[in-house]
Design a protein around this ligand. Structure first.
Ligand SMILES: [Fe+2]
Length: 256
C-alpha cells in the first residue's frame, strides 16, 4: 500500500515529536503492509513554520537511513489552500508537489469552501498541476452539502480521504461524509494522515478492509494501491470512475 499523507518528519509540524517517533511510525506502517510513505508537512497554514526544503529532505533522509529498505519515503507537503498560495504555485512553477511531480496535496479550511475556489482549481490544472484535496470529508460545508464537492470535483481535482474518518475518529459527520463521498466515486485515495505512533497511528490495512466492504475489492485496491502509486510516480490515475452527485439533503421545511 502507498500512503500519500503523513506527518512523519520529526520536529517539523504537529507530527512526529522525536526522531524515535518518526522511525516508529515508519516501522508500524511497514509492518502493516505500507510500501511507500509520502511525508507531507504542513506549509503555508499560518500555524506551522515553513522550514527550508533542504531541512525537510535532510530529516527524510535521516529517517530513511534508519528504516533501511523496509519502506520507501518520499517528500511532499500539505499546502493550506489560499489564493495567494495558488498564485505563487502558478507563477514560480514550484509545486511542492508529491515526489517533485505534478500532484499537490491541498487542504481546504475546516469550515468552508473558499470563495473563488473553482477559479483557483481551474488555474492550477491549466498550469499542469493536479490538485488533490486532503480529507474533504472533514470540511463542515462538504459534510452538510456533499454535492458542493461534486461541483468542485467536476473541474478536475482529486481527493484523498483520511482512514480515521471511516471509523468515526473525526466525528459522526465526517464518517457519514466519508462514506457518501466514497460511494459517489469522489475519493481517489485513502491515506493515514498519521501524526504519531500513538495517536492517529500509521497503517492502511483496516481502512482497506472497510473500503472493500463499502465499495468492493477493485475500487478499494485502487484507493490504497494503484492510484496512490501513480501519484507518487507522477502518472495519470488508473482508476477514476465517473463521479456521481450526492443527493442534496432535503430541507426539513419541505418534508411532510
Ligand atoms: Fe495532514
Amino acid at each position: 500500500m502507498i500512503d500519500l499523507h503523513t506527518h512523519i518528519l520529526h520536529g517539523i509540524d504537529d507530527g512526529a515529536e522525536t526522531f524515535e517517533d518518526a522511525v516508529a511510525m515508519c516501522q508500524l506502517a511497514a509492518a502493516d503492509g505500507t510500501e511507500v510513505m509520502v511525508a507531507t508537512p504542513h506549509r503555508f497554514d499560518g500555524i506551522h513554520e515553513n522550514h527550508p526544503i533542504g531541512l525537510l529532505r535532510e530529516r527524510l533522509a535521516q529517517i530513511q537511513e534508519a528504516v533501511g529498505d523496509s519502506i520507501r519515503l518520499v517528500l511532499g507537503c500539505e499546502l493550506h489552500f489560499t489564493h495567494a498560495v495558488v498564485e505563487q504555485l502558478c507563477e514560480t512553477g514550484e509545486g511542492w508537489g508529491i515526489n517533485d511531480g505534478p500532484y499537490v496535496l491541498l487542504e481546504l479550511p475546516p469550515f468552508s469552501i473558499p470563495h473563488g475556489c473553482e477559479h483557483a482549481i481551474y488555474k492550477l490544472t491549466s498550469h499542469g498541476f493536479r490538485p488533490i484535496i486532503a480529507h474533504p470529508e472533514r470540511n463542515r460545508t462538504i459534510q452538510e452539502k456533499p454535492e458542493s464537492f461534486y461541483n468542485l470535483a467536476e473541474l478536475g481535482l482529486y481527493a484523498q480521504q483520511d482512514s480515521a474518518s471511516l471509523f468515526g475518529k473525526f466525528g459522526k459527520e465526517a464518517q457519514a461524509a466519508a462514506k457518501v463521498l466514497l460511494k459517489n466515486n469522489l475519493i481517489h485515495a485513502i491515506s493515514s494522515d498519521t501524526h504519531s505512533p500513538r495517536r492517529r497511528r500509521p497503517g492502511l490495512s483496516q481502512a482497506f478492509a472497510a473500503a472493500r466492504d463499502a465499495v468492493g475489492e477493485e475500487h478499494a485496491r485502487a484507493l490504497v494501491f494503484d492510484n496512490p502509486r501513480a501519484v507518487v510516480e507522477g502518472l495519470p490515475l488508473p482508476y477514476v470512475p465517473d463521479a456521481t452527485s450526492p443527493r442534496a439533503k432535503r430541507s426539513r421545511w419541505f418534508e411532510f
